[in-house]
Design a binder for this molecule. Structure first.
Ligand code: ZN
Length: 297
């Protein structure tokens, strides 16, 4: 049974309207409705698969078993860039705190935490996916838990990161509050999310890979990020663009737009779309994806 929300999952307003219908191009081909909150402007997938039903939408057998060369090249590039980005992310958090306790919520297989640990950070992670968590725990000596409830109640962190995670969390308000309970009063929380108001978001429209429905339950832009900050008593300290995301998202979107398109054409189009998206974003926050750095007020 899917789950139908009667209130905005961010501001609890009952005033929202259907906004669009988007296809799950990556996995199932199913269509989902996006609603838009009239108060905080958040877009949210509604109805949506409940927490116990979402699992299969993360299984990508189609994706991998029919893997063509295009996808493996794309994945190869993705991994190279990811490794580069991991060291950049460690540099980025060190602008705020030189060392301390770091919690990565949605840490995947733990590469970012491992890199931070090697630079002296005391690390912990949350990862609900069993397979990824198992791999992360092999690297990080069982520092990774399945949920925030399993972490030590009394531990407070200097930095908490959620890189492309917030948009996947079913109980947005409750989980955000629980996560914030673990943040030191002087700590920073870094949240990266895609931005549907970006140039590539608008260019690809319903074919934009950043929707990633129904895995993405929420779709933020600068308005709903402001609402998020106010809702949880946070102050926005910095917004940092994730410039590679525009290329990667454009490449996936090209594939959704035209499955039969030759590989080179997709790369060519995605390259220019990525460049243009980054160029058109005249200020941080307008990029394809952004990292928002918050502090408690
Ligand atoms: Zn709302």
């Amino acid at each position: 049974m899917s789950e139908r929300l009667s209130k905005c999952p961010l501001c609890k307003s009952a005033r929202f309207l259907n906004y669009s219908e988007i296809t799950d191009f990556a996995v199932t081909g199913e269509k989902f409705i996006l609603c838009k909150c009239s108060d905080c402007q958040l877009l949210f997938t509604n109805p949506r698969p409940g927490q116990t039903e979402i699992g299969p939408y993360y299984n990508f057998p189609e994706y991998f078993s029919h893997e063509d060369k295009a996808k493996s090249i794309t994945q190869w590039i993705y991994q190279k860039v990811r490794n580069y980005n991991i060291s950049k992310k460690v540099d980025f958090i060190e602008q705020y705190k030189k060392k301390g306790k770091l919690l990565d919520y949605g840490c995947g297989t733990g590469e970012f935490l491992r890199a931070a640990k090697s630079k002296g950070w005391k690390v912990a992670g949350i990862e609900p996916n069993d397979k990824a968590r198992h791999q992360a725990n092999l690297k990080l000596k069982d520092r990774i838990k399945e949920s925030i409830e399993e972490t030590d109640q009394n531990t407070r962190y200097d930095i908490i990161t959620l890189f492309h995670v917030l948009e996947h969390i079913h109980d947005l308000r409750k989980t955000t509050k629980r996560v914030l309970n673990h943040l030191k009063s002087s700590g920073y929380i870094l949240i990266a999310v895609p931005n549907h108001d970006s140039w590539d978001g608008k260019k690809y429209g319903k074919f934009w890979a950043g929707w990633d429905i129904p895995r993405h339950l929420y779709h933020f832009n600068s308005n709903s990020i402001t609402a998020f900050k106010d809702e949880f008593g946070l102050e926005l300290i910095e917004t940092k663009p994730m410039k590679f995301d525009s290329f990667y998202v454009s490449l996936l979107s090209e594939g959704y737009l035209d499955k039969e398109a030759p590989l080179l054409k997709k790369y060519w189009n995605a390259f220019f779309a990525g460049l243009k998206s980054n160029k058109m974003a005249s200020k941080p926050g307008e990029y394809s994806s952004n990292i928002f750095v918050f502090k408690r007020k």
